[in-house]
Write a protein that binds this ligand. Structure first.
Ligand code: NDP
Length: 397
């Protein structure tokens, strides 16, 4: 059906490559390109079957991306490099007439602030070029936004309260490690909290609001309100929402390490001089922390991510909880990565499948909740991320 170019050969890129290769009727030709070609080669070999071509590319360079796209001529790029590369990849797509999909919104390297304004500004350009850009197609953002769209389509006339709950109850046996790119992860969890209430954003100190929440098959875990990017598009696309929050679980040990990292300045994004060389502390820290892609081998336990929703159906109040639990061990057995990479890479592949099947094609720049959730939800069940629904339950929130 189509030619796909995957950019980024980290944990998520590994899963995308495996899953794309598992669906040959949709993805007829596959190229995996990243900064370090040897990583692409290793993934292609692990997938096997000689189906994946590889290439080296610096995705910060539009001319390099353009040269690669012109020679391979993909119909769609799946961007699973870092958020810093979103705009250069979108520029190259426009220049070459290629459609675009990613899992994380653009962040400038020198400002730890993620918001959609930079990518939404490309709307007219993609519309005029007749190209589709699908933003935020991982798990959160991604599946959580599609869960919300599915709830709005099938179970609610009006969604009023949305709480996205993200629990990782896994144990990788390390004192401290992040489950995806450490730089992006630490930037995300150390910033101030923010949630939407009555038409405006309410800011909190980092980790100020917290409470134990019960997760299916896991039990109670302390959960913290943090800001997460899908809130921005969801409150725009579902204007009946009165309050939208994002909760994430953290262990005490993890938070203690984070506090120390911040207190000693290792989370800083300001460059410093060290022995005559300019280094960015958080980038140096990334170099000494465990590689998230290597955590899988002894990782046990599950993730549980879902949406807890309160709203109106036929004039009556209703509560609804939709979630997926994913096992680190099962993810490792299938793809050699842990469940956080798995739960991001599988939806990215499904979004690309929706595009190639012609189900999610709309010129412009769109967040995933703007598309029909039904065919995507069907594929989640088939591609390794089954979901469950609970009606009229105590949401604890
Ligand atoms: P990794 O750090 O493991 O992988 C990133 C990959 O991108 C690496 O292969 C890296 O190359 C490559 N890369 C970085 N800079 C460049 C560049 N300039 N040119 C070419 N390639 C480059 O990250 P993850 O796989 O954990 O995460 C990938 C993306 O997924 C991130 O954007 C992350 O924010 C997002 N994500 C989204 C989630 C969701 O649910 N929506 C959840 C988790 C992650 P090299 O190997 O040389 O370093």
């Amino acid at each position: 059906m189509g030619k796909v170019l995957i950019i980024g050969a980290g944990g998520v890129g590994t899963v995308v490559a495996h899953k794309v290769a598992q669906n040959p009727e949709v993805f007829t030709e596959i190229m995996l390109a990243s900064r370090t070609k040897s990583k692409c080669d290793a993934i292609a070999e692990a997938v096997g079957g000689g189906r994946i071509q590889t290439a080296q590319v610096d995705a910060d360079s539009v001319p390099e991306l353009v040269a690669l796209m012109k020679s391979f001529q993909p119909e769609l790029v799946i961007n699973v490099a870092l958020p810093y590369q979103d705009l250069t990849i979108m520029d190259a797509c426009l220049e070459c007439g290629v459609n675009y999909l990613d899992t994380a919104n653009y962040e400038p390297v020198d400002e730890a602030k993620f918001e959609y304004k930079w990518q939404w500004a490309y709307k007219d350009k993609f519309e005029k070029a007749g190209l589709t850009a699908i933003l935020g197609c991982g798990f959160d953002p991604g599946v959580t936004s599609i869960f919300t769209a599915y709830a709005a389509k099938h179970h609610f006339d009006e969604i009023q309260y949305l709480d996205i709950v993200d629990c990782n109850a896994g144990d990788h046996g390390k004192a401290f490690a992040t489950n995806f790119n450490p730089e992006i992860n630490i930037r995300e969890v150390t910033q101030k909290g923010k949630y939407w209430e009555n038409g405006q954003w309410v800011e909190t100190e980092p980790h100020e609001i917290h409470k134990p929440l019960n997760y299916p098959n896991i039990g109670p875990k302390e959960s913290y309100v943090i800001y997460h990017e899908e809130l921005e598009s969801l409150v725009k696309n579902f204007p009946t929402i009165k309050r939208a929050r994002f909760w994430m679980t953290f262990g005490q040990e993890y938070l203690t390490h984070l506090r120390v990292i911040q207190n000693i300045g290792m989370a800083s994004i300001e460059p410093i001089m060290y022995n005559g060389v300019e280094i960015v502390p958080i980038q140096f820290l990334k170099a000494v922390l465990p590689n998230p892609g290597d955590l899988g081998e002894n990782y046990v336990g599950e993730t549980s991510i879902g949406c807890r929703i309160r709203g109106l159906k036929d004039g009556k109040e209703r509560t609804y909880y939709i979630y997926n639990n994913a096992s680190h061990k099962a993810a490792y057995e299938e793809t050699g990565t842990q469940a956080v990479s798995y739960t991001t890479g599988v939806p990215a592949m499904i979004g690309a499948m929706m595009f190639f099947k012609g189900l999610w094609r709309k010129a412009g720049v769109h967040n995933v909740e703007e598309f029909d959730p039904d065919p995507f939800m069907e594929q989640l069940n088939k591609q390794g991320l089954p979901w469950h629904e609970l009606f009229d339950v105590n949401l604890e929130l």
